[in-house]
Design a protein around this ligand. Structure first.
Ligand SMILES: Cc1cc2nc3c(=O)[nH]c(=O)nc-3n(C[C@H](O)[C@H](O)[C@H](O)COP(=O)(O)OP(=O)(O)OC[C@H]3O[C@@H](n4cnc5c(N)ncnc54)[C@H](O)[C@@H]3O)c2cc1C
Length: 392
């Protein structure tokens, strides 16, 4: 039997960072992962450049049944702490937009940093290790694995959520939580593209690749960013952001965030009455998008002088408040994150330890804390991993 003070299951962002912390406290630590490679999501993230944190990260950027839960970890280990570490390793990085920090070169800089931190702390990392059972006795936890039997005092579950099963995602964390009687909240895909009903999907598919700045709204929440039309539906940052708030209802798109189209259309009708509506709309959007809007919104493509005030109002209203009923989302296959998961009521926000179950910790995406797009999810992985690493 292999004995360790701490075993972390999951060699992703949260697990590797947590292991480095507990190892640096002098606790013998081993990380077990069933995958061949560690940190696969980190390597894939941010288009290969890893948006590793956000300069403006704060609890408001996270979704959870208990929005207060994340405050403690985020304040104990902040984005500035992580940026400090990235600077210590001289990893070149830049702000892309809205406080989002990306590596200049490659996401592998972040994985290499985490592995160096683990090496400095004598952490053992074992990949291709399947965990077949976990049980608890008075002293700690016994794990049966494809690498033999392990014993540890503290067990940290950092196996993430369900998004991207191709990258090794499994419901392991939820199963362990349930085994120990902890509540698991229903999960769903977040930061995920929407699929559309056939009547909208077909015409939009023909203009896939077009991107438009929009305000996407749902459940009293809005994001002003780009929307990208794809051959499957709609995506892009505005859509990914709002998808995390979507629960089956209509979403609303303001297609002209910067310009009041009612005023513009009234002026145009007065000054250029013979212009066709299609040509007017093409002054606001890419021409192919304008043509598609005329047909999918069923707008009257007539000279502007033929439009009465009500029609002008209706057209502007439709373009500023386009209500779409998504058919669904692309699901876990392409989702960047999983909403829901291990109920925060079952955990201590100060340590991430399960209430009433000494030595069992849950961190990272497995927990019901989900960040917006923009580096927030990694910040949660670092903050929750750090906190558990100080206590496990
Ligand atoms: C394509 C993509 C791009 C992203 N880009 C960004 C970004 O730029 N910025 C950002 O903040 N967030 C991004 N995210 C989200 C971010 O990657 C996750 O929120 C973060 O990786 C969660 O960290 P974690 O350690 O909790 O889980 P993970 O990183 O998912 O790690 C879990 C680990 O557990 C292992 N594991 C799973 N099940 C088992 C099991 N049964 N037994 C043993 N091991 C197991 C997995 O192999 C994996 O190594 C992106 C996600 C995706 C999918």
């Amino acid at each position: 039997m292999i004995k360790r003070d701490v075993i972390v299951i999951g060699a992703g962002a949260a697990g590797l960072f947590c292991a480095a912390q507990s190892g640096q406290r002098g606790r013998t630590t081993e990380v077990l992962d069933h995958a061949k490679k560690v940190g696969r999501k980190i390597l894939m993230s941010g288009g290969g450049r890893c948006n590793f944190t956000n300069m403006y990260a704060s609890p408001e950027n996270f979704l959870s049944e208990n929005p207060h839960f994340c405050k403690s970890a985020l304040s104990r280990y902040t984005q500035w702490d992580f940026i400090g570490l990235v600077n210590e390793y001289s990893i070149p990085h830049h702000e892309k937009t809205l406080g989002q920090l990306f590596c200049d070169n490659s996401a592998s800089d972040i994985v290499d940093m985490l592995l160096t931190e683990c090496r400095k702390a004598d952490v053992t990392i074992t990949t291709r290790c399947d965990i077949t059972s976990v049980s608890k006795n008075a002293d700690g936890y016994i794990l049966q694995t494809s690498n033999g039997e392990y014993f540890c005092e503290s067990l940290v579950i950092a196996t993430g959520g369900l998004s991207m099963p191709k990258l090794g995602a499994t419901p392991f964390a939820y199963k362990i939580a349930e085994q120990f009687g902890l509540n698991v909240l229903p999960t769903r895909a977040g930061l995920v593209p929407f699929t559309l009903q056939p009547n909208l999907k077909a015409p939009l598919a023909e203009i896939s690749g077009i991107s438009q700045k929009v305000r996407a709204s749902c459940q009293n929440t809005s994001f002003v960013e780009d929307m990208l039309i794809t051959h499957r539906g709609i995506s892009g940052p505005a859509i990914l952001q709002i998808s995390s708030y979507w629960d089956g209802q209509e979403i609303e798109l303001d297609l002209s965030v910067e310009e009041d189209l009612l005023e513009k259309l009234r002026l145009e009708r007065a000054n250029k009455p013979n212009v066709q509506l299609k040509n007017f709309i093409a002054t606001c959007f890419a021409r192919r998008f304008a043509e598609t809007l005329i047909s999918v919104l069923n707008l009257p493509n007539v000279p502007l002088k033929q439009l009465n005030d009500k029609q002008v109002n209706d057209i502007a209203e439709q373009l500023h408040h386009w209500r779409i009923q998504p058919a669904g989302t692309e699901g876990y296959r392409t989702a960047e994150v999983t909403l829901g998961g291990v109920d925060t009521n079952a955990l201590s926000s100060k340590t991430m330890e399960a209430r009433g179950i000494e030595g069992l910790y849950f961190i990272g995406e497995a927990v019901d804390v989900t960040g917006w797009l923009g580096g927030y999810n990694f910040q949660w992985a670092w903050s929750s991993g750090w906190v558990a690493g100080q206590n496990a």
